[in-house]
Design a protein around this ligand. Structure first.
Ligand code: KG4
Ligand code: ZN
Length: 343
């Protein structure tokens, strides 16, 4: 089954075609990131206008690349070979989501193909199902670490997710971004830049300058806002080494993420840990989780960095494994934007 998926939840306009939920045939991602760099944060109105500007070129490029890759000779044949459409319906910026959902609904009607709504966060988890058939065993624990969310979820099977806990304030990615900004190394989406900067601190042992919020609490919740404030106070206190401050912050955030995740893994006695979201591209987090899961005899699944940040490939994968035509029919019959509430 070939699924064409559209993702427009924030500042990326993405489209992909995936076969049987695991084989990526094409993926196109356009981003308005550069425009938000200027304002030091995403301006929803700008993001949605860029979505409007990018959506048709991205769709066209997807079909062109698909024809080129598969040897299909023309657009009509390409469209005929697509079985199902999928689209991110939330969470995200409403103005951005509307662009993708409207395009997907229009294509669904014009091409007469069912449309599957996908939750963006569930999509991040499904980046782990792409590629070679994997031996993911259920129940699994999922750590979702993105710019807007930090959640621990128990996945009992496809479409059977139980929320265990999550951040009470800032998301992990948001705290990386804000600290990167305080350090003056990036104005927007600075997680990867901060991580790179932290490497310059060398091999000095961590001084544990910053708190490990909620580490000792017996729950699966997180808090990153106090950690961010601790970094601010430290920076206000005098001349500081930027790379070592970055490293201390990264150490603290990654330690809490790893410890709470392993708590869930151990308490539920599970054998597979799935990680997703932009922050799962972080090398320190990847290394820490790798060594802790190895010690615990648990199999770790983290997507390749390219698939950690927003794209439409994992949206297609999620749609494949959660294919509910009942919902898709409701969507096609529903002319209003209420479909946002469906997932
Ligand atoms: O999943 P994503 O692309 O978008 C959302 O759904 O939010 O995640 C973006 C977040 C940003 O906060 C970005 O700074 C962070 O992921 N991020 C990283 C790294 N790469 C991306 N954070 C830490 N280390 C990285 N290498
Ligand atoms: Zn995301």
């Amino acid at each position: 089954m070939k699924i064409l998926a559209i993702e427009t939840s924030c500042d990326e306009t993405a489209c992909a075609i995936v076969e049987d939920g695991t084989k990526e045939l094409v993926s196109v991602v356009a981003s308005s990131k550069d425009f938000h760099e200027k304002t030091g944060g995403v301006v929803p109105e700008v993001a949605s206008r860029k979505q409007l500007e990018f959506i048709f070129p991205v769709l066209e490029r997807t079909i062109e690349d698909y024809c080129e890759k598969t040897g299909i000779s023309g657009k009509d044949e390409a469209i005929a070979s697509i079985d199902v459409l999928a689209v991110t319906v939330g969470p995200g910026l409403i103005g951005s989501l509307v662009v993708g959902v409207t395009a997907a609904k229009a294509l669904s009607m014009a091409w007469k193909k069912p449309l599957i709504p996908v939750n963006h966060l569930v999509g991040h988890i499904y980046a782990n199902f792409l590629g070679e058939p994997s031996d993911i065993a259920f129940p699994a624990v999922c750590l979702l670490v993105s710019g807007g969310h930090t959640d621990l979820v128990l996945m009992k099977g496809h479409g059977d997710l139980v929320y265990l806990g999550g951040t009470l304030d800032d998301a992990a990615g948001e705290s990386f971004d804000k600290v990167a900004r305080m350090l003056g190394i990036s104005r927007y989406l600075g997680g990867a830049v901060l991580s790179q900067k932290a490497l310059d601190c060398g091999n000095r042992g961590p001084a544990k300058l910053f708190p490990r919020p909620m580490l000792d609490q017996d729950n699966y919740d997180f808090s990153f806002s106090g950690l961010k404030t601790a970094v601010k106070r430290y920076l206000d206190g005098g001349e500081r080494d930027i790379s070592c401050t970055a490293r201390e912050f990264e150490e603290a955030a990654v330690e809490v993420l790893t410890a709470k995740t392993m708590k869930a893994v151990n308490n539920f006695g599970i054998k597979s840990l799935l990680v997703g979201g932009g922050v799962s591209a972080n090398n320190r987090l990847r290394e820490n989780l790798k060594s802790e899961t190895e010690k615990a005899g648990v199999k770790l699944f983290i997507p390749e960095p390219r698939l950690c940040t927003d794209n439409a490939v994992y949206i297609a994968a999620a749609a494949y494994f959660n294919n509910t035509t009942k919902v898709s029919e409701e969507i096609r019959a529903e002319p209003s934007l209420n479909i946002m509430g469906l997932v």
